[in-house]
Design a protein around this ligand. Sequence first.
Ligand code: IMP
Length: 501
Amino acid sequence: MATFINEPAHTFNEYLLIPGYSSSECVPANVTLKTPLVKYHKGEESAITMNIPLVSAIMQAVSGDRLAVALAKEGGVSFIYGSQSIEDEAAMVRRAKSYKAGFVKSDSNIRPEATLRDVIALTERTGHSTLAVTEDGTSDGRLLGVVTSRDYRISRMSMDEKVSSFMTPFDKLIYAYEGTTLSEANDIIWDHKLNSLPVITKDGKFLYFVFRKDYDSHKANPDELLDSHKRYIVGAGINTRDYAERVPALIEAGADVLCIDSSEGFSEWQKLTIDWIRAHYGDSVKVGAGNVVDAEGFRFLADSGADFVKVGIGGGSICITRETKGIGRGQATALIEVCAERDKYFEETGVYIPVCSDGGIVYDHHITLALAMGADFIMLGRYFARFDESPSNKVSINGTYYKEYWGEGSQRARNWQRYDLGGDKKLSFEEGVDSLVPYAGPLKDNVALSLSKVKSTMCNCGALTIRELQQKAKLTLVSATSIVEGGAHDVIQKDKSSAMK
Ligand code: IMP
């Protein structure tokens, strides 16, 4: 007979934290959000400790190299999406790893024959206002000029006007050669009152921009997550099919940590993938696995050798798995059960396997709830998709900006490797939707705001570390009527937009 669990599975929204005693030491400035990313033995330290408990989802609309750099600057890790060719994914990892703080590889490049119309479309798509004009329109073609918003007036010029006629041409540009240090580049920027400085090779090929604003922000990134060579730490998604080719390419490109991306991880495919990695690389290659939603699933992946375990089925904002297949579990209940099993496993074996809560974060306080319930870190898709640095298009609808956000199981992503269990290599039906999310600006500002709320709540609970929060937190289920009481109620709100987050 089937097993019945008669307790309902709960979501984050059904819980609240009850404040605990806060000593005068409990102020946000004293809170640390450091957290382990991969497993470690009792008394040792994790080989990778993040400075903030956030990782970005393994999704086309979320984790490209630009987001990877932006998130590593804040202390978290991106997992570059695997639903692309091995070469393209490895190239993204390589770009993020070779990113030199302050030297920006441009993704807004245009040919001189393009028109003002193309310039407007490109700036809207990427959110950048400084474009490199290169001979072939690529990021490493011969530099012919630069276009910024100061070079054109939309109200006075024809949309058909050619870039070559209004760009700042090469002979009027101030530029620097390869080998220039960041501090030299910044001196040039200051001396000439520039906003950006192109850096080129000896034979005139475009390499990077150095931006005035980036120099300031680089100095303001105390939490940045670097490897021993001072490069940003970057993760990458893999699947259970082509790992024998994909893993070596990603490791060669410099990926610091891998994660098997699958909608359902309690499967022999995951074990076979980890076995292959252990046979070829031992423990030197770190690999997370998932997703599971109960103790049994966790145990299986822990015994299979996973470096961390991801929890969550059906709770993602773009996910329709529960509707399509009838599988899944309320994220809070799944997380609480898996974390209890993680602690039991630690007691039994002395091996601590970090747990990642994946999907379903809607409000910032859901991050705090997930940590309090035992998660070591949180994976977010919708959250990061809204920022400038996500790879998706920014679109304007009736004067409001949105970013596109689509599920890996949607027709648009067609990530069959994530969903197919040994079938015929195709996405037989959709498990995700294609959507829009409100555009929210730069990652840095948003992450700072979200984490300031997390730290503040931790102080209310008398906790200065994530571990302390997990030990001290008192969580209560709320009734349906008290959920209504939790929002603004019995008033007519003037501005409803602030009701989100
Ligand atoms: P979000 O943060 O709520 O948007 O959820 C992101 C998570 O949803 C990802 O990390 C994946 O685990 C999951 N996911 C991504 N694409 C799909 C899909 O198409 N269907 C179901 N789940 C998805």
